[in-house]
Design a protein. Structure first.
Length: 106
């Protein structure tokens, strides 16, 4: 996943550089562990394979990731809404990471 994310971020940066003269903003949102139907299905499958309940699988994931909770889709939507708002008109070529502190690198 890290390689794919790096490629997506590099592509967004390249598009942002191309769009500067035309006033086109391009930013990249990099969400962490957001509780979606897909994430829940993944946790259910993991729980079944490990013969534990889903709450135990969730707690184990959070502990391993070093975060307190899963993100909510609405939180990512709020970040995206900001990124296209007038308040962000000077922001371009930026990776907006919202992951509850999971990624330790700068």
């Amino acid at each position: 996943m890290g390689t794919i994310n790096a490629a997506i971020e590099a592509l967004a940066k390249a598009f942002a550089e191309r769009g500067i003269d035309g006033g086109v903003q391009v930013n990249c949102v990099s969400p962490g562990a957001v509780m979606t139907g897909r994430r829940l299905a993944m946790l259910e499958k993991s729980a079944a394979a490990r013969q534990v309940d889903v709450d135990t699988a969730k707690a184990g994931f959070l502990r391993q990731a070093g975060i307190k909770r899963f993100g909510a889709p609405e939180e990512i939507a709020d970040l995206i809404a900001f990124s296209v708002s007038p308040s962000a008109r000077w922001m371009t070529g930026t990776v907006l990471r919202m992951d509850g502190g999971e990624i330790r690198a700068v």
